[in-house]
Design a protein around this ligand. Structure first.
Ligand code: PSU
Ligand code: MN
Length: 309
């Protein structure tokens, strides 16, 4: 790879070179999404979920000012212990973190971009950023990244701390296809439905792989695959709604702005729901990692069949 800042772990590099499935994982969820030590357990559980399905996990982060793809156990611990003390690195923060030799957790936007530089096509996360409620000019950099960077992002939709209808409008305007994994509805993170539709329902990994291949042939950018939270972990939207409203009021009262908004709201909703939101979060993260590994496997399987022709 010609990008001198990029360091790909040997296990990940070998899998990519041999055409074996690889799934990228983000790290802002570790540094700014969950508290210690839940964040470490989540990071480890995600890697295990990917391996269980036969794919190689590649957690992405910035360490010592390098773009890192695939972390050692001790490096996961280092990031998890540094929660809220290191930079939250989205697209605009990458150059700063590199220039300063920092550690940082990469958002969906930054992780997509780095994954693409490394040649990874599939990326699993919990929820993407989006258009904020009450502040519709606050649009996560995750959305424009989906519009331009060719990576398939697997998530459980977007959290209800965001404005879901406006988030979908943004994706429509900027041409990002939204797929629903065995569902016709856009999932709302804690709950399986939102009353909002997806662009296409997909029944399995082969179905997703076909759409992804076509999107790649056209060179049109990313794809969002939304996966509903498993039934047994779903929380009715109404249960979380009161906590979200309270968290939004607190954020406004305290004048929380910019990149601090999402971590602030996540932390307040977790506190106000007494951890119920975090348990659901862990369950859907693991489930998304498994689905992403299935899709990555379907893609490498297709590649193998083609070269055997
Ligand atoms: N949503 C969650 N958990 C998270 C995030 C979003 O439910 O941890 C993180 C992701 O890393 C996402 C980022 O990319 O927050 C979005 O931040 P912002 O809204 O500042 O772009
Ligand atoms: Mn924002």
């Amino acid at each position: 790879m010609s990008l001198p800042d990029l360091v790909i772990a040997s296990e990940v590099a070998a899998a990519l070179a041999e055409g074996r499935p690889v799934v990228a994982l983000e790290s802002t969820v570790i540094t700014h999404g969950l508290p210690w030590p839940t964040n470490l357990h989540a990071a480890q559980a995600l890697e295990t979920a990917v391996r269980d399905v036969g794919a190689i996990p590649a957690t992405v982060a910035v360490l010592d000012g390098r773009l890192r793809v695939g972390l050692a156990e001790a490096e996961l611990v280092r990031l998890a212990q540094a929660a809220f003390q290191v930079r939250k690195v989205s697209r605009r923060d990458l150059a700063i973190a590199l220039a300063r030799g920092e550690d940082g957790g990469t958002t969906v936007a930054a992780t997509m971009w780095i994954a693409h530089q490394a040649g990874i096509q599939v990326f699993a996360t919990g929820g993407i950023g989006g258009v904020h409620r009450r502040h519709p000019f606050d649009v996560s950099a995750d959305l424009p990244e989906l519009a331009q960077t060719p990576v398939l992002v697997v998530c459980a939709g977007a959290k209800a701390i965001l404005d879901l209808p406006l988030t979908l409008e943004w994706l429509e305007t900027h041409g990002v296809p939204v797929l629903g994994w065995q569902t016709d509805e856009f999932p709302a993170f804690y709950s399986r439905d939102s009353g909002l539709g997806v662009d296409a329902r997909v029944e399995g990994a082969a179905d997703v792989a076909q759409v992804w291949r076509a999107r790649q042939r056209l060179g049109l950018g990313g794809v969002l695959l939304t996966v509903p939270i498993p039934e047994e972990h779903a929380t009715p939207a109404a249960t979380v709604e009161a906590a979200i409203t309270a968290a939004l009021d607190e954020a406004d009262a305290q004048g929380v702005r910019g990149k601090a908004v999402t971590p602030f709201l996540l932390e307040r909703v977790a506190a106000l729901t007494e951890g119920a939101s975090q348990r659901a979060n862990l369950a859907l993260l693991e489930h998304n990692a498994r689905v992403a590994a299935l899709v990555a496997s379907a893609l490498t399987e297709e590649g193998r069949l083609k070269t055997e022709d």
